[in-house]
Design a binder for this molecule. Structure first.
Ligand SMILES: NC(=O)c1ccc[n+]([C@@H]2O[C@H](COP(=O)([O-])OP(=O)(O)OC[C@H]3O[C@@H](n4cnc5c(N)ncnc54)[C@H](OP(=O)(O)O)[C@@H]3O)[C@@H](O)[C@H]2O)c1
Length: 336
């Protein structure tokens, strides 16, 4: 009989600034049996996302905060190991929000079956999961990218950004990525970006001027702060600024900094619009089919950055804010 002891990371305190080890409690519990209508899931991979930092805060957001003492919310891929729900069978692979833990009971609500024959399971947390869908709907619906556009994306070597640039290329746009460091910039050129800007060693505004001679038609913002201001300074007429995230602001203990160059929106007759990916839930399946086809055709390269073991969770989360990940960051918490 395999070990069925559950272990969980629970929120112990609301962090000020970067989360500290004392903001977490690692708890151990026995695994309950599912009741009628429920399934027991063994979690295999846990998604590590910048949004986790929001969920740890109290206050207004697009979703409820995680409460002190709760298992930390997280997207997961897992496997049904017991079922008393007729929609799921033992052995089904499922994506859901089972949190940072090894096992979870679910009523089936919010669970989606995924096909391991179509793509390896980690892809369903990355390019064929929420981050890929964020790139898809953010670029094509909110950004309305068209052939011939110049698309610029920040945090370009990350989970969302790396897909944004590749989707821009698939749609006939020019893709310019902004990322931290030489290796990440080399990776961007490798997966087909037309140009890469290292914001740690280059003047971003000058580099954007050089790489976007006709201005930026779509700026897909993942970071906010100075980089957002540099991009706003280079907008083309009628540009769309997609407000996807602002990771440079998530751990500030002072007020979030708004865009200084916002009058550029006026001069450029431009639009800046925020969005939340889950608003597109009804259209996920169709988008995943497209993303999977591009992946199978070799037009969309997905990279995962996988860290072993549940215990690594607190340190792994910090890797996002230190820029230590390339591609989709996740934890592998069980042998597949
Ligand atoms: N709107 C939505 O529904 C939605 C859904 C999913 C994700 N998001 C947002 O999308 C963005 C990207 O998420 P992801 O999961 O793909 O993460 P990611 O890009 O894989 O990882 C985060 C990256 O951000 C960069 N970064 C960290 N601190 C930075 C700073 N101070 N200034 C500039 N860059 C910084 C780092 O790359 P470098 O080494 O290049 O600095 C890091 O690797 C986040 O803002 C996230 O909140 C939004």
């Amino acid at each position: 009989m395999p070990d069925r002891t559950n272990r969980q990371f629970r929120l112990a305190a609301r962090p000020a600034g970067l989360p500290k080890p004392t903001d977490w409690e690692l708890t151990t519990e026995s695994v309950p049996a599912p009741r009628e209508g429920e399934v027991l899931i063994q979690v295999l991979y846990v998604s590590i996302d910048p949004a986790m930092r929001h969920w740890m805060n109290e206050g207004r957001s697009y979703t409820e905060p995680v409460q002190i003492g709760d298992v930390m919310r997280a997207g997961t891929v897992g496997c049904v190991i017991e079922s008393r729900n007729r929609n799921f069978r033992v052995g089904d692979c499922v994506v859901g929000g089972q949190g940072v833990q090894l096992f979870a009971i679910s009523s089936g609500r919010g669970l989606r079956k995924v096909d391991p024959a179509l793509a390896p399971l980690p892809a369903y947390l990355g390019g064929l999961g929420v981050t890929g869908l964020t790139a898809f709907f953010g670029l094509l619906e909110v950004g309305r990218a068209r052939a011939g556009d110049t698309v610029v994306v920040s945090a370009a070597a990350g989970a969302v950004g790396s897909v944004v640039g590749q989707l821009a290329k698939i749609g006939g746009s020019r893709a310019v990525g902004i990322a931290g460091g030489r290796d990440k910039c080399a990776y961007l050129l490798d997966i087909g970006f037309d140009a890469a800007i290292d914001y740690k060693s280059e003047n971003v505004e000058q580099a954007l001027d050089e790489h976007c001679p006709h201005g930026i038609d779509v700026y897909f913002d993942n970071v906010g702060g100075d980089i957002l201001d540099s991009a706003l300074a280079q907008l083309a007429r009628g540009a769309r600024v997609v407000l996807c995230g602002a990771i440079s602001q998530y751990n500030l203990t002072t007020a979030v900094r708004g865009p200084t160059n916002y009058l550029s929106l006026l001069f450029s007759r431009a639009r800046m619009e925020g969005f939340v990916t889950s608003d597109y839930k009804e259209r996920y399946e169709a988008a995943i089919q497209k993303l999977a086809r591009w992946r199978a055709e070799g037009r969309l390269q997905l990279r995962e950055d996988i860290v072993d073991g549940l215990e690594a969770f607190p340190e792994t989360l910090l890797r996002l804010f230190r820029g230590e990940n390339t591609g989709k960051l996740m934890l592998k918490v069980a042998e597949v």
